[in-house]
Ligand binder design. Sequence first.
Ligand code: NAD
Ligand code: IPM
Ligand code: MN
Length: 351
Amino acid sequence: MIRVALIPGDGVGPEVVREAERVMDACVSAGLADIRTELFPHGADHYLATGETLSDESFARLRDDFDAILLGAVGDSRVPDGRHARDILLGLRFRLDLYINFRPARLRLAELSPLRSADDRPIDFVIFRENTEGLDTGAGRIESAGGPDERAVSEAIATRAGVQRIVRSAFAYASSEGRGRVTLGDKANAVPHVYGLWRRVFTEVAADYPDLDADMQYVDALAMQLVRAPDRFEVIVTSNLLGDILSDLAAELVGGMGLAPSANVNPGRHALYEPVHGSAPDIVGTGAANPMAAILSTALLFRDGGADAAADRVEAAVDAALAAGIRTPDIAGSHTTEQVGAWIADHIGTG
Ligand code: NAD
Ligand code: IPM
Ligand code: MN
């Protein structure tokens, strides 16, 4: 039994989580998995109505009573400073110490890529984004606010232990999954303290994996190479903010934000699954949101939860929908969010 907390959140979050739930239910009906779900209301509506972003009580339950969290998206223009989104999403990542943000980029169908070269060069790599440190912790200050001498300082934090655990995870994954190369994305030439540490730790960990090709690239050149020759990459490990940027780029190479799943994990302890995309306010309520990223996130959830048969069936059903042209407009289709979700759920039942 996998106990799953659902946090649909804002914008298209509830629209895509509804379809992910439909697909999970189909897996249960087909006898492929045993799950129990519970809905959590946290998001902009809840914050505006109650003043509560993520209550201590909800946090304790999410920490203690569930094996996994499935989140849609958080972000709403009625909360311009995004405080609820930071408390909920970054709050869960930091407080549950979900130090691995695992973001696979696999081209499921050549025609989905904007790259001409995709026909004969498969794209299949994963990003290990550090998820608890970096520039994203909110550490910093504003000095002389509003005055001519105003200074804003955001502190990038990297600890040896924090860098070690994500770099080790990336190498261990490459080794166990038969991947030949691990690439570090960094910026040690311009940001020497933090990325100097990343390079030293990466080199130390690489020495424990002599069979793997260990490659260090400045992130600007890496971004260029990702577009030029994405088939050269297998596992990319990088810091929080750089991983955020690279993962949207990676998503676009394989069909866009509507297809990119992710897992935030502290192995053996806690996990939160979510599409890489946000609340997509420009398409909310139109039926145009692609639910596949959320649905593929449930495949990651099932796999980590030991329900491999369910994970395989979900991925196969998404591939079948793509091949059959059951697609939303972002990937040249004319189906709605619900039609795509229902088709995939049906396919699981009959597959
Ligand atoms: P976004 O990912 O929401 O949207 C970027 C573009 O991708 C938009 O054109 C959108 O329509 C499209 N898109 C996204 N998801 C899609 C889907 N499932 N199907 C089809 N098209 C899709 O990024 P943004 O516009 O920068 O951010 C909007 C809000 O979401 C902001 O408040 C931001 O902070 C938040 N956000 C939240 C998360 C999260 O909860 N994990 C992630 C990113 C952004
Ligand atoms: C993501 C998002 C978040 C991040 C935002 C919403 C804080 O962009 O999950 O990629 O920066 O991690
Ligand atoms: Mn992002």
